[in-house]
Design a protein around this ligand. Structure first.
Ligand code: FES
Length: 146
């Protein structure tokens, strides 16, 4: 290996490490819970959210529900004490599973982005995400999947 090949190899390793690090950082702080399916309703304990009111971080205000009976996970954002948004993590472009990065969901296939309300903020997707109604019942979120 000559000097030029060595520098190219090192550059590729460094770039790969940097990209991997930022990807892991984006996903590592988000809590994943199984939820509890009952008929067409999904129940998630409110305590799943780790509320950090003094912090500006959003990590405690979003969780992912991953249940073997769901074909795609559901991302739940806590908007305030009484309002939550539950979004199907299926890209509306070609169906790739989305990834959560703080206040946005991003598609690893072609880069579409969606906000915490499920609205498209960056294409090529042109339709908003599927949003499920959420109510609070007995210290749990009840998400209607109908
Ligand atoms: S499948 Fe998500 S942007 Fe294409």
């Amino acid at each position: 290996m000559n000097r030029k090949e060595f520098l190219i190899t090192c550059g590729a390793v460094f770039a790969g490490g940097t990209i991997l690090s930022s990807l892991l950082q984006g996903c590592s702080t988000i809590k994943i819970v199984p939820g509890n399916l009952s008929g067409s309703d999904l129940f998630v304990p409110l305590e799943s959210f780790e509320i950090k009111k003094e912090s500006t971080e959003t990590s405690g205000n979003v969780i992912i529900v991953r249940n073997e009976k769901l074909s795609y996970p559901i991302c739940i954002y806590r908007l305030d004490d009484n309002n939550y948004s539950a979004l199907l993590m299926k890209c509306t472009h070609q169906g790739t599973e989305l990834q959560v990065f703080g206040k946005k969901l991003q598609c690893p296939a072609h880069g579409s982005e969606f906000d915490k309300h499920g609205s498209v903020t960056n294409g090529p997707a042109s339709s908003h995400l599927r949003v499920f109604p959420v109510i609070i019942e007995n210290k749990q979120l009840k998400i209607s999947l109908k």
